[in-house]
Design a protein around this ligand. Structure first.
Ligand SMILES: Cc1ncc(C[n+]2csc(CCOP(=O)(O)OP(=O)(O)O)c2C)c(N)n1
Ligand code: SF4
Ligand SMILES: [Mg+2]
Length: 348
């Protein structure tokens, strides 16, 4: 190529290109909502300028859980057992506190077999991003109802769903989550900003992404379909993430009532209120919103709750050393001979 016409590759803060954040080619169905989430994760990590090697992507079992293969190939990854991503994440976060954990799960993986683990990882406030790719169906095993399928939903091989759904944002909120958001694969801009904010959150961030399964649950009237989502999605705010307040120069958001939420590292989530006066730092307001949304099928998306101040993470509570535990040398992790002797004597 002629030097004068050579196109310079776009680079981020640490000199990497978008290509450095790609994963393997997807094997999911064309149009699957989960592919949108993968693309937005790689875009968010690229834009934040995080080294891919400083991310661990963990998952359970499902089409959603397969999707960790399709972003950040240079990152560490582990596809675990069904519903056990939170357990793996807890262990990994203890081993290396310097790595950002992105956990991917499905509605089957989280809301059925993994529900207990979901609750406890939240209760422990393991610092990580927990994304549920929620399509209201078990996609991988060919379209059974999940615990988030809507009451009355009719699926080809299943008939009518007779059970009421669980709301994973509500479950997260009442379990003590300090960051709860809902997004939709049909709105990539909002999704990307929420992923960035979740990555920068100090503690566990829950992101429930309505991510349509185009093969088994995409009839126009189904709540987790693209058509229903596009027609009914109601963002509760415009959201934009800024790495620092100094960078809020373009103010490229439409005019309106603004709310800035500053994160502990100095980054800022800028919110412009839409229609209703909603404060995501108010837990009661978040509970009210989710109750209304559950009752009336109000598809509210955006930052539903962020705790006004940081809560201690499991690492703070256990007073971990600053260095990653997996890099401590044996002489630092083995008890001394005297200490062992003391323990043995105490057991006599
Ligand atoms: C212990 C165990 N039970 C059941 C299964 C079968 N199984 C595999 S994936 C899955 C559900 C996947 O649904 P979801 O998490 O919603 O992911 P999706 O495929 O919809 O993205 C089930 C029940 C399994 N792999 N392991
Ligand atoms: S079966 Fe559904 S969830 Fe699985 S890849 Fe296909 S569209 Fe996605
Ligand atoms: Mg599913």
């Amino acid at each position: 190529m002629d030097k004068t016409t050579e196109v310079k590759a776009e680079r981020n803060l640490i000199g990497l290109t978008p290509q450095d954040y790609k994963g393997r080619p997807t094997t999911l169905c064309p149009g699957c909502g989960h592919n949108v989430v993968s693309n937005q994760i790689q875009a968010a990590v690229y834009e934040l300028g995080i080294l891919p090697e400083k991310v661990a992507k963990l998952s359970g079992i499902g089409c959603s859980s397969k999707s960790t293969n399709y972003f950040l190939e240079r990152s560490f990854g582990f596809n675990s057992l069904h519903g056990r991503m939170p357990n793996l994440a807890t262990g990994a976060s203890f081993a290396d506190t310097t790595v950002k954990i992105i956990g991917i799960s499905g509605d089957g993986d989280t809301a059925s077999i993994g529900m207990g683990h979901f609750k406890h990882v939240i209760r422990r406030n393991v610092p990580m991003v927990y994304i549920i790719e929620n399509n209201g169906v078990y996609g991988l095993t060919k379209g059974q109802f999940s615990a988030t399928s809507d009451l009355g939903l009719e699926l080809k091989h299943q008939g009518k769903n007779m059970l009421p759904p669980l709301d994973l944002c509500m479950e997260a909120l009442i379990s003590g989550a300090t960051f709860v958001a809902r997004a939709f694969s049909g709105d990539t801009k909002q999704l990307r900003e929420l992923i960035k904010a979740a990555i920068k959150h100090d503690g566990l961030a829950i992101l429930d992404v309505i991510s349509p399964c185009v093969t088994f649950n995409n009839k126009d009237e189904a709540l987790q379909s693209y058509t229903w989502g596009r027609e009914n999605m109601a963002p509760i705010q415009d959201i934009k993430f800024y790495p620092s307040s100094a960078e809020i120069i373009d103010r490229d958001m439409p005019e309106g009532v603004m709310q800035e939420v500053e994160l502990p590292d100095g980054s800022v989530i800028m919110l412009r209120k839409i229609e209703r006066d909603y404060d995501p730092t108010n837990k009661h307001a978040a509970l009210d919103l989710l109750t209304e949304s559950y009752k009336t099928h109000y598809f509210a998306t955006g930052l539903i709750y962020i705790a006004p101040k940081s809560s201690p993470t499991v690492h703070d509570l256990f007073d971990l050393v600053d260095e990653p535990l997996n890099r401590l040398t044996l002489d630092r992790i083995r008890p001394s001979e005297e200490a062992l002797e003391k323990i043995n004597l105490a057991l006599h």
